[in-house]
Design a protein around this ligand. Sequence first.
Ligand SMILES: Nc1ncnc2c1ncn2[C@@H]1O[C@H](COP(=O)(O)OP(=O)(O)OP(=O)(O)O)[C@@H](O)[C@H]1O
Ligand SMILES: [Mg+2]
Length: 368
Amino acid sequence: MYESYYHLSGKPFQLNPDPAFFFGSRGHRRAMAYLEYGLHQSEGFIVITGEIGAGKTTLVRSLLERLDSEKVVAANLVSTQIDAGDMLRMVAAAFGVPSRHLEKADLLLALETFLVSTTAAGKRALLIVDEAQNLTPAAVEELRMLSNFQLEDHALLQSFLIGQPEFREIMQSPRMQQLRQRVIASYHLGPLDAGETRAYIEHRLHRVGWQDDPLFSAEAFRAVYVATGGIPRQINTLCDRLMLAAFLGERHAVGEGDVHEIVDEMQQEMAVPSGDGGAPGGARSNGNGHAHPAANGFDLRLLDPARLQVGAELARQVEALAAGTDLQRIEARLTRLEQSVSATLGLLSQLLQAVRRDKPNEGRKHEH
Ligand SMILES: Nc1ncnc2c1ncn2[C@@H]1O[C@H](COP(=O)(O)OP(=O)(O)OP(=O)(O)O)[C@@H](O)[C@H]1O
Ligand SMILES: [Mg+2]
């Protein structure tokens, strides 16, 4: 909407994990280095965890884009509650191995044959499982078994497990001991720091030909960092709103005040009204009187169900939930409006009665 106004070649703050926009923050570079190290090892598991929206999927996509398909055969699996029964079939499908009507033993054989022939052709097989926090322990166990395939003393499969922070806890459970022994490296991807947040925003803007229009002040960058806690997805959502507001106001500069205004606006949109106009649900101040969305933890409205890599049913539920939040908000506003209209009407009718009492003949005079 605002792109042409600011002479941009595209949308700078989209929510899809587009590798074309990849920004190598310290954390992202490190995580990438771990993955590349894992590729050289060609065995075992690399585990990358990271906050929601920190850029794990973007990292994976960037890696996949860089891989030399002559050397590596990669399969990217996005786990939406995969249980043990489906795991092997999903892996087979991700590698393009036909698995229909095969019993488990034959399926394992088909996968092993594929992995052996890949290795024999001088290539490495890489399995990436994103959203690994959704895996059941039994499904993880199936993955571990796959990692046992060997040709002479070479492992046939290298696996990357990518997940949200709770995957760290899953990994710590006693059931995961065998898998833990096969993890060759793990890394936790944290948020960007203040300097990186600014560099990240500028990077995305430059990617679409930004020439300081609109111009962000240093304080505005800082305020975006404070409000988002340096989480890329939240930064994107906030910056998109900032750009839109600047465009609607025909402004060519974004200041600290603009950031606070949008943050407050988003905070109000998210708050479920309690009748007293307050913002329950954990809305907290960031210390300078402005609402702090990151402090609210998981924010449904920052999700774009269409871009979530979840099953259609889950995406539909998230959408319905988010829409429900909107409806509740609108409904509560309407109720309040209704109450104030009926209070005003009551006052007006009292006023009318008082006027009639004071001047009882006034109305009748006009009747003649
Ligand atoms: N290093 C990065 N460079 C450019 N954009 C990034 C980077 N990291 C994250 N983003 C952007 O932030 C948003 C969220 O990223 P992504 O979907 O990769 O997060 P995630 O960690 O996989 O989230 P989830 O926990 O929900 O799976 C996307 O819009 C993505 O483009
Ligand atoms: Mg992801």
